[in-house]
Every structure is written in C-alpha cells, then in structure tokens.
Design a protein around this ligand. Structure first.
Ligand code: PMP
Length: 431
C-alpha cells in the first residue's frame, strides 16, 4: 500500500506539546515497534480509518471491546436513545439493574456485581475487598499478567528466597510491593512455596485465566483447577481477571470454558460495548462486604452511568442472543492460525502460535510459550519491523509482540484470506 501518514505525524508532533508522550495510554505511542502512531478518525465494522484516509483491518478492536465490530447499529441506537435522557444522573437507574441481572446470569461465578469505570478500578476494588473480607494483607499475582495500573499490580518479581516484590514503577512504595507476591504463570510449585511461607496472610490469588498481556498464553491442563484447590485448602480467594477474556472466549468467559469457578471476577472492555466500564462481582457473601452493606469502601460518581450501561446492555444482550458470534469467531481465528502456520512452515521460519477462541498471538520464537520467560524468547525487534510492514499492507495489529490479537465478528472469510496474504508479504519485506 502506498501510504501517507502526514496528518498523523503532524497531530503527533502537536500532541507531544500538551500530552505526555503525545498519548493518553503509553502503548499507543508505538515505542515497542518504532514509527509514529496513527491518529484514528473513524471505524466501521472490521475497518479503522486514520486521519489521512488510510483503511486498516483492525485486529485490536480497542484492545477487545469491539467484538462485534465498530459502530454496530444495535449499540449505536441504544446509546443514541440513552443520550436523550441526559448523560449522567449520579443516582440509580433501571439499566443498572438490568445489566447486573444479565451479568449474574451470564458469568458463572457472579451472584452480585458492582459497576465501575475501567478494568483498573475493577481489579483495585476486587483486591481491596478480598483483603477486607479475609482480613489478610498479601496477594499473589502471576508474572506477565496485567491487571491495570493500580499500585499493587505494578510489581516485578523479587529475587531471593522471600520472593518479595519490587516496584516496577517509581511512585509505588516498597510497602505496597511487600504485599504483592509474584510467581510465574503455569507454575503451581511456586504457589505452594509461597503458601508454605506466608499462607495465612494471603488474601487472594489473582490472574488472567487465559493471559493476554504477555501475548496469548493458555493455562496448562490442571493449572486453574490446581489454583482453585489450593485456595480452598488455605482460605484464599481466587480472583479471575476476565477484563480481556470476559464475554470474549464465551458468554461466561474463561471460567465457562474451563469449568473452574473463582470466588470473584473482574470485568471490563466488552462489558461497556466500547464505553468506559468495568465491573467486579462474585459470591453474594463476599460482595455484601462492600459499602453500603459492608465495611469495605468503594464508590464512583460516574459508576453505572446510564449511557455506558445502555451500550453495555446492548452488547451483552447481543452476545447472549447470538451464540454463533463465538463459533464463527473461533472458526475465523483458526483459519488465520492455519494460514500463518502454513506460511512459516513453507519458509522455514520459527514461530509459536497460541490461540483460544478469538484471541491469538503469533510469537516469533520456536519455543513453546507458557509463561513470561518463554514469551520473552521472541524476536521483538523483528516483530516491530513486521508490524510496520503489516500497516503498509493495511492490517493494524497490537503495537507490541507481547499482546493478544483480537478478532471481530465483522471479519469475513475473505478478509482472513487477505490478512494471511498480508502476513506473507510483510514477512517477505522484512526478512
Ligand atoms: N486487566 C486486564 C486483564 C487487562 O487486560 C486490562 C487492560 N488491558 C486491565 C485489567 C486494565 O483495564 P483498563 O485499561 O480498562 O484500566
């Protein structure tokens, strides 16, 4: 594709005068892949259009939410209708009740749910509640899982026997880091070790049941069940962060797919249909520990916002009533997987592809990727060049090797063929 991105470049230059790094979320600056970020003007169905009028197949879909494609008429009309009744009340509204009922019906672990405004808020609130409910201080998180930018989650693995975490952002105190213990994903032995050392002070284990934030990494057989058992045996709450996987892998998320039911679940992305929404929910007796019924404080001026609820409700109803979304998405993603695999085999190029439902990652490594350490064996530099070449071929991928791609139901089989073709051309250009 002969692409000019002059308008995006100009906007980026201007943006850097007023916005840190020119972006409102770091990954958008394309630091991991080089080049200037694209400024997006509009999106419809499977496509995004930048300010210079270039069209791209969108394989990010707003990092997950746009699972049925951009500007879907059902979501749009629900939002338009809601807007006419004012943008915000700060008081209860009927749509909050409707969406809460629907979530409890769709997500196996959720008996009661509290709406918030982002995935970060959902995870922050969930661990506060877990600590308050269990009267314990520490949490276990898995290396490579991302749970938003709450202080307790910006913690790198520590070294040494005690496995104390260290802040991986200035501004996070060592005091906070001491309460977050980290272990590798898919490693039950490390969890056992921590439980042996500090078991009676561990409030919760939190993880992405299918990780999307070190690229797509699946749980090994028995891993989620093993965590469930260890939590039950030691009075620890199991929290599934399904901000990415919720309503994407199945209407009931990864917990439905794997049949492992956590005590609490955090949600975001799809639940807002593209509006800023998150939620956390779980067992009744745990959720009733939140104010105003319980002592754990959590609140939000815009939580349960009527326009956001209208968008989320339209999205969840659509997914509930159209189960073919999931089967079709799985088939399309499998087609993409096989197409890419054939190209790499033909060219004798190292790769590992991890996939579940409509989440897929192509890792530039020949190692099996089961955790952060193996994910890091990828040739991230090659990925950066490949990413740029894919943009030239009209495909917008997540701008980092360590991200999952998200497909949308707007893609058709012939689009997948074109994306596979683009992949081959992009590789030819960069190798
Ligand atoms: N948890 C997971 C699993 C996520 O993928 C993300 C965001 N990508 C978050 C939490 C944080 O959500 P938000 O960006 O809406 O704060």
């Amino acid at each position: 594709m002969n692409r000019s991105i002059e308008t995006s470049k100009k906007l980026f230059n201007e943006a850097q005068n007023y916005i840190p790094g020119g972006v409102n979320s770091p990954v958008r600056a394309f630091k991991a892949v080089g080049g200037d970020p694209l400024f997006i003007k509009s999106a419809k169905g499977a496509y995004m259009y930048d300010e210079d009028g270039n069209a791209y197949y969108d394989l990010i879909n707003s990092w997950g939410p746009m699972i049925i494609g951009h500007a879907h008429p059902e979501i749009e009309s629900a939002v338009r209708e809601a807007i006419g009744n004012s943008l915000s009340f700060g008081a209860p509204n009927a749509k909050e009740v409707e969406i809460a009922e629907l979530i409890t019906e769709m997500v196996p672990s959720i008996e009661k749910v509290r709406m918030v405004n982002s995935g970060t808020e959902a995870t922050m609130s969930a661990i506060r509640l877990a600590r308050g409910y269990t009267n314990r201080n520490k949490i276990i998180k898995m290396e490579g899982c991302y749970h938003g930018h709450g202080d307790s989650f910006l913690i790198a693995a520590g070294s040494g026997a005690m496995t104390l975490g260290t802040p991986n952002s200035p501004g996070v105190t060592q005091g906070t880091a001491n309460d977050t213990l980290t272990v590798p994903f898919n490693d039950l032995d490390s969890v056992d070790k921590l439980i042996g050392e500090t078991g009676d002070d561990i409030a919760a284990i939190i993880l992405e049941p299918v990780a999307g934030n070190m690229g797509c990494v699946l749980p090994n057989d028995g891993y989620l069940e093993g965590l469930r058992r260890r939590c039950d045996d030691n009075g620890i709450l199991l929290i599934f962060d399904e901000v990415m996987t919720g309503f994407r892998l199945a209407p009931g998320g990864a917990q439905e797919v794997y049949g492992v039911i956590p005590d609490m679940t955090t949600l975001g992305k799809i639940i807002g249909g593209g509006m800023p929404v998150g939620a956390y929910g779980g067992k009744k007796e745990i959720m009733e520990f939140v104010a105003p019924t319980g002592p754990v404080y959590q609140a939000g001026t815009l939580s349960g916002n009527p326009v956001a609820m209208a968008a989320g409700l339209a999205m969840l109803n659509h997914l509930k009533n159209n189960p073919e979304v999931y089967t079709t998405l799985s088939t399309l993603t499998e087609k993409l997987h096989i197409g890419i695999q054939e190209i790499h085999d033909k060219k004798n190029l190292p790769y590992t592809i991890n996939r579940l439902g409509s989440m897929i990652s192509v890792f530039f490594t020949d190692k099996t990727v089961t955790d952060l350490e193996t994910a890091k064996t990828c040739d991230a530099e090659l990925f950066g060049k490949y990413f740029q070449a894919m943009l030239d071929e009209g495909v917008y991928l997540p701008p980092a090797q360590y991200e999952s791609w998200f497909l949308s139901y707007s893609l058709k089989e012939e689009d997948i063929d074109k994306i596979i073709n683009a992949h081959e051309k992009a590789l030819e250009k960069v190798l």
